[in-house]
Design a protein around this ligand. Structure first.
Ligand code: ADP
Length: 238
């Protein structure tokens, strides 16, 4: 009887540990997801505050963008709240998402960061790159990849993003001329909290979560994501 009890006890502690890990994972992912729209709102608002000569039309355009980001933020918090309720099975609503539109949007939101870092961002986008997915998730994934391409780049460097269709599949490629990754780490970077250069990552406000979120999201919608080194320098995420 004692041994059965011991087994049950071990089983229980295992389950508690898993719940605790799950809780931690949820909290860290949630904070990461909330950071993106918050940072965009801050940048957009600062642009208006710091530019005294803006026309009414320009101000309205910025406010429109801010409003759009707040809507996204609201959707994310609603989904996160749903996820905390064990009695609700969260339904993901798949829609037709235009990858080129998503890249365009992320690129627009990252413009101030690119300018600040003196990095040239170019998008070569094709029409009809439609995937069945959840728009917020895909936006977050593309944003993370493009933000990394800027973060792990060099002054005066460049980022090129492509979307195209080949063999009935939609491709989205993010190329950068940055610091690249050691060959042996090309798969590890997708692990939670994995960072090649801890110091640099911390400097850029990194947590090591971005790529794990990209991988989970892309795979959730039946896609694949991988990393390669580019010649003579930089990385390519497909
Ligand atoms: P974070 O950027 O918050 O550290 P990520 O999960 O987005 O976390 O990335 C994990 C690690 O992968 C980074 O710390 C960095 O070392 C490496 N990495 C990601 N993207 C790139 C890139 N485009 N070029 C070089 N290294 C990268």
């Amino acid at each position: 009887e004692l041994s059965t009890l011991a087994v049950e006890f071990n089983d229980l502690t295992d389950r508690l540990q898993k719940t605790e890990d799950g809780r931690r994972q949820f909290v860290s992912n949630a904070s990461h997801e909330l950071k993106t729209p918050l940072a965009s709102i801050k940048l957009l608002a600062d642009s208006v505050v710091q530019n005294e000569n803006m026309s009414i039309e320009e101000v309205q355009e910025f406010l429109g963008d801010i409003s759009q980001e707040i809507t996204r933020l609201t959707r994310i918090t609603e989904r996160l709240l749903l996820l905390t309720r064990s009695d609700v099975k969260v339904q993901t609503s798949l829609t037709r998402v235009d990858m080129s539109y998503i890249v365009d949007r992320a690129s627009y939101m990252l413009e101030p960061m690119a300018e600040h870092l003196d990095i040239d961002v170019r998008c070569e986008l094709s029409d009809g790159c439609i995937v069945l997915a959840e728009e917020d998730g895909i936006y977050q994934a593309v944003f993370n990849l493009m933000e990394n391409a800027l973060k792990y780049n060099v002054k005066g460097g460049s980022v090129v993003v492509y979307t195209y269709i080949k063999d009935d599949k939609v491709y989205c490629i993010v190329d950068d001329t940055g610091i690249g990754m050691p060959h042996g780490e090309l798969e590890k970077v997708f692990e939670r909290f994995y960072r090649v250069d801890k110091a640099r990552s911390r400097e850029t406000g990194g947590t090591g979560l971005g790529l794990s979120i990209v991988k989970t999201t892309v795979e959730q919608f039946g896609g694949t994501v991988w990393a390669e080194n580019r010649h003579p320098c930089g990385s390519r995420f497909t």
